[in-house]
Write a protein of this length. Sequence first.
Length: 237
Amino acid sequence: MTTSVYAQDVSNVASQPIIPPLENGDRLTLAEFEHRYGAMPHLKKAELIEGIVYMASPLRIKQHGEPHSSIITWLGVYKASTLGVQLGDNCTVRLDADNEPQPDALLRIETGGQSTISEDGYVEGAPELIAEIAASTASIDVHDKKKVYRRNQVQEYLVWRVYDRELDWFRLVEGKYIQLIANDEGIISSQVFPGLWLDKQALLTGDLAQVLAVLQQGLATEKHQNFVEKLSKTPNS
């Protein structure tokens, strides 16, 4: 009896379909990508861009980890003062049938915004703002992802090109990304999230205290206060 049960168990295991692992360069549908990704719980980051799988390389602290933490800190302080917006750190976004990126950071309007949260907990649709750290993935962040985000109407796209010591902040205007320019004081201001101010040079040089000081100035403006009031009056869906 024991031998028979063992043989039956082995037969059942052998008959179960094998789920292939994700590999860089795989061409998959969204459903296939999610199925394989879900079967690899050890894998921390994989993205589907234009139907092609991209898997992250090991990340260095100076070229990615520290810049990433600075962006999250900056956006996190904004979120803390702006009830009604949601901050995401490396979370999956279902954009369309061929694209499921996992951006370094996103900021979305929770109620009445462009995106929603699916029943299984994923962001669906375009968040209002996405930020990427382009340390070792400069090509995809600056080219393929930018096209995908523009097509799906991500309203603002921020790319920190670490090796170039440069930061680009784009605003979607009539279907095209137009780069936002710093004012005479070196500050860039979001057009979608009032009060989200950035001292570009301070961020690039690692002066996080100055970055947060300038952000506090933006948070103290009447435009930010009006935005918070507007969000508070948006009915929940």
